[in-house]
Design a protein around this ligand. Sequence first.
Ligand code: SF4
Ligand code: SF4
Length: 104
Amino acid sequence: MMPNLPDLFGAPPEYPPRSIWQRACSGCGACCAAPDIAALGKPLGVACTHLGAGCRCQIYTERPQVCRSYQPDWVCGEVSALPTLAARVERFLEIYGLDSSGES
Ligand code: SF4
Ligand code: SF4
């Protein structure tokens, strides 16, 4: 019998239903640009220096463990359809209540 695992793509009830349609990483680049990543010395809201054209990781096969361990979830449905990386980063930070200006 399989244990009941949490559905990482199930959005919280206050989020609109479009979140449930995305169930995999679309390669939108938001998680490589929005969060701070200590292992890479990457500040909040600044794109990783390894993020290349088309939001592709330029060191994919050598990327650090923190990147390998990152799990796509319902936030991907909130950010990845937005038209620009800047818009995706803004929404990502908004969801987590983070402010890249350092004033939060
Ligand atoms: S935010 Fe989600 S969809 Fe976008 S690159 Fe990261 S894991 Fe993939
Ligand atoms: S190393 Fe690659 S996967 Fe990790 S944050 Fe940078 S661009 Fe993204």
